[in-house]
Every structure is written in C-alpha cells, then in structure tokens.
Write a protein that binds this ligand. Structure first.
Ligand code: TYM
Length: 329
C-alpha cells in the first residue's frame, strides 16, 4: 500500500484527514505500508524555498502524529528516493499527450493559473504520481475521491507497460472510503474543501479558537431540520459527515440524535469532535518538531526502507525496457 500528501500548506486540513490520512495508521495492521510527503509534486506550483522546507517537516511530523508508526511503515520524503523521478521518465514515454491533457485536476489548475504560468510539471504531475505507486508494487492506494482519475491513469500505465514489456508491474486499486471521500468547504458546501479557500477550510494546526469559529460560521440553509441529504442540504450534510468522520459513529445514529434539535447544536458537536482530535494532535506535532535530530533520523530510516523496494522495481523496469545495465553494481 502506498499513499502520499503534498507539503503545500502549513497544516493538513480536515478533508485530508477524513478522506485519506485517518485510514493510513489503521491500514498498517493489514498491509506493508509506504507513506510519502510528495515534495516533488509540490513544486508544480511556485513555492518559496523556505516555505517548502518548513511544510515538508511539518507534513512529516503530522503523518507521525496521526498515528503512523515509523518503525512498522516506511514514512519518507519523496525527493529522498531518486527512483521516483527516474521511473516517471520511463512512464512519461508511455503516456499520451491527449491522455495527460484530459486529467480534470490539470485542466482546473491550468485554467486558474492561465496558460503563461502553467508549467510542464503540472501536466506530468499524474505520471509522477503513477511512479510513486508503481515503485512499491502498491495494490491499494487510500485516497479521497478527487484522486480517482489519477489512479485510473496509473492502472492504464501498468497495463500498457506489462503488455508491451512483459508482466513486470503490479496493478493498483483505489481504496476510497465512501462515507468521507469528499469533505466540502464550510462556506461553499457544494465544492471540495481545499487549502486555497480562506475561510471554508479547517486546518488541524490552526489555533483551537479559529477551528471553533470556522465551524460555528459554517453555511447551512434556511430550514431547521437536521437530516443527511447531500444534494438538498449540502451544508448540514457536510457537518454530519464531519461528526461521522471524527467519531466513527454510524450516520443513522448521528442523525437520530439530532431529532428536534437546532443547527447551533449540530455545529457545537461538529466543533467538539474536531477539537477532541486537534488538541492532542497539535501537542504531538509540536513535540516532534522540537526534536529536529529525531525527525531527521526518522526521515532517513523511512527513506532507506522505501529505497530498498523502489530500487528493485526500477531495476526490473530498466531491464524490461532494454537499457544496458551498468556493470559492477
Ligand atoms: P493532496 O496533498 O491534495 O491531498 C492528500 C489527500 O487528501 C485527500 N483530500 C480530500 N479528501 C476528502 N475531502 C477533501 N476535501 C479532500 N482534499 C484532499 C486527497 O484525495 C488525498 O488523498 N496527488 C495527491 C498526492 C499524491 C499521491 C501520490 C496520492 C502524490 N503521489 C500517490 C496517492 C498516491 C494529492 O494531491 O494529494
């Protein structure tokens, strides 16, 4: 199993956690797990070097604070394992120009950035993502709904590679949890929560007061009934999903508990559920960041574990495509 998260913000938001990261510690029990801070992906959007540096460390610390055990799983930084960029090149040569151009995230981001500031890295972003997955022979990839199309491309590339060069690579499957696959923006509950929204996002490392305020100002609707209806009542349903995601309680039971109650109660409970997670999480992240030497030791350990697997896959790929291998290695 492999998954990744971009170090493009000073904190994970609750969409990252509920859609993806919360499942990662649990999956360590059943899978050989690889979790990656994808810093190569992060530079597809212009970033200040000092911000990237800081965000990479904070992202790594957040993965550990979420409960991933760095002794059992490989937790690492993508640029520490050079095989990612190398496999990406081979896969790029199997990816159609039109195929890459049909990726909706690329189209959205390119449209927002404008043609002049859209770089080639943004275009080949999903090919690098395919390399991340393929290097570890991952057959399960736990992500939110927004990554489904990228996983389809990874599957197509594996099938194409194997058909052309012989069975070499493992076919990955998306692992998308229905209930929490898409957390929406608190101010615009018909669109996905993302780091680019100023007030509709809830960051796990924000001051607790800010978290509470954001949730209490969430947009609902002009009715009073609390029921789960993502189309008719997107704001209310999003808050219910947040409670479900943080508490693990079944949705029916949560909805029943709000019978005859007001939207104010719903927001209060949603805020309490987030704060109960965020408070100890923040303490753990700060503790990890305060011990830089230990953080570096953990990063090096993760990279070594990852590279042992990644280099074997890259070797097999280079053999399969017909590269003459350098002797004496
Ligand atoms: P990224 O960094 O944007 O997001 C990390 C994870 O959070 C999920 N997510 C959400 N889930 C539910 N609701 C939301 N509002 C929400 N916003 C984000 C994402 O689906 C993702 O699982 N391309 C990936 C990073 C990546 C990767 C990989 C993932 C690079 N290589 C290999 C898996 C395997 C991305 O941009 O994630």
């Amino acid at each position: 199993m492999l998954s990744g998260i971009q170090p493009t913000a000073d904190s994970f938001h609750i969409g990252n956690l509920l859609g993806a990261v919360q499942y990662w510690p649990r999956l360590q029990d059943t899978h050989d797990a690889f979790y990656c801070v994808v810093d190569l992906h992060a530079i597809t959007v212009p970033t200040e070097p000092k911000d990237l540096h800081h965000r990479t460390l904070v992202s790594f610390a957040q993965l550990i604070a979420s409960g991933i055990d760095p002794e059992r799983s490989a937790v690492f930084v993508q640029s520490h394992v050079h095989e990612h960029a190398e496999l990406m090149w081979v896969l790029s040569c199997l990816t159609g120009f039109g195929e890459a151009g049909r990726m909706t995230q690329f189209k959205d981001k390119a449209q927002k950035a404008g043609a002049e500031s859209t770089n080639v890295g943004l275009f080949t972003y999903p090919v690098l993502m395919a390399a991340d997955i393929i290097l570890y022979g991952a057959n399960a990839v736990p992500v939110g709904e927004d990554q489904r199309q990228h996983l389809e491309l990874s599957r197509d590339l594996v099938q194409r590679f194997n058909a052309r060069f012989g069975e070499t690579l493992v076919l990955p499957e998306p692992y998308i949890m229905r209930g929490t696959a898409k957390i929406n923006d608190l101010q615009d509950p018909t669109s996905k929560m993302s780091k680019s929204s100023p007030t509709g996002v809830v960051n796990l490392l924000d001051p607790l007061k800010t978290i509470e305020k954001r949730i209490k100002s969430a947009v609902t609707d002009s009715e009073t009934e609390i029921r789960f209806d993502p189309v008719g009542k997107p704001g209310v349903s999003n808050l219910l999903t947040i409670i479900h995601g943080f508490t693990g309680r079944p949705m029916d039971e949560i909805v029943a508990s709000f019978e005859g109650r007001m939207y104010g109660d719903l927001k209060k409970e949603a805020a309490a559920a987030v704060l109960a997670y965020a408070e100890p999480f923040q303490a753990r992240v700060h503790e990890l960041l305060a011990d830089r030497a230990e953080l570096e030791r953990l990063m090096a350990m993760g990279a070594a574990k990852a590279q042992a697997v990644a280099s074997a896959t890259l070797d097999a790929v280079y053999e399969a495509v017909g590269f003459v291998r350098r002797s004496g290695r």
